[in-house]
Design a protein around this ligand. Sequence first.
Ligand code: FAD
Length: 284
Amino acid sequence: MIPAEFEYYRPTDIAGVIAILEEHGDDARVIAGGHSLIPMMKLRMADVPHLIDLQAIDSLNGITISDGTIKIGAMVTQHELINSAEIEKAAPIMTEAARQIADPQVRYMGTVGGNVANGDPANDMPGLMQCLNAQLHLIGPDGERTVQARDFYEAAFMTDREDEEILTAVSFDAPKGGYAYEKQKRKIGDYATAAAAVQIIKEDGKVSQASIAMTNLSDTPVWSEAAADALVGTDCDEGAVKSAIAAMLDDIDPTEDNRGPVAFKRHAAGIVLGRAITRAWSRA
Ligand code: FAD
């Protein structure tokens, strides 16, 4: 398939991007790695008369870790994440999750910013950002602002981002304790049928804090506070894990598609969350 004709821009700074977005409104869209947008354009499901490439904007690159805060530029690729020794040390759940996204070819191009901003419920980074309580940094004609990842997703492909804003970076406190990103998919390289991101802090043999987010089980990522609460104060015994799974199942709302009927997705959600909690607890 061949996309409809478009005008291509490659600005070298953010002001240049915003100027084009302001000029063309809905008719303009930024492109990062292109591995979500280009297929949509080829299938004619996205019509983008003005395409703004972010590849030449240096300020959107780079990973910094300072005073326990991790900041990842929007144009950092999944490949760079996987190969960052600093990220693996400070936030190993990022490495574990990024390794399970797509395949090496997609990961060479696909960016953290594109994955987070896209609003596709099947993307793995949004749930992970919610689990880590990340801040999303946006810039637009009215300046910069920060949104909590837990408040960003409104519906499938609909987020709190205005059309004339771009995501510049994500940031979060280096997570403490045990972690796991567990994903069930039909085959290598596929999106999740169900995935779970779990962080657990253990103190005196009990869970003192937990955070749980689920992917591709609703039209947005699902941060399940109730599931995490079910673990707090327990020693992550079988009963606690079952309670957490039951609480998570109350929060998700999967729909039937080519990854399976609702009952199968709910079953898969329970399995991945159980495995993720067990692994995170063993690492806590
Ligand atoms: P693009 O495709 O360039 O952009 C996606 C959208 O985000 C566009 O609407 C664009 O305008 C917008 N956007 C991009 N950057 C910004 C920004 N900085 N600010 C504002 N808006 C922005 N993803 C997963 O998470 N898990 C998977 O298992 C997975 N499997 C895949 C398998 C295949 C075969 C393919 C082709 C893709 C798969 N993906 C998967 C998606 C892949 O990870 C994408 O690359 C990623 O979701 C989007 O990143 P991108 O840089 O390619 O964004």
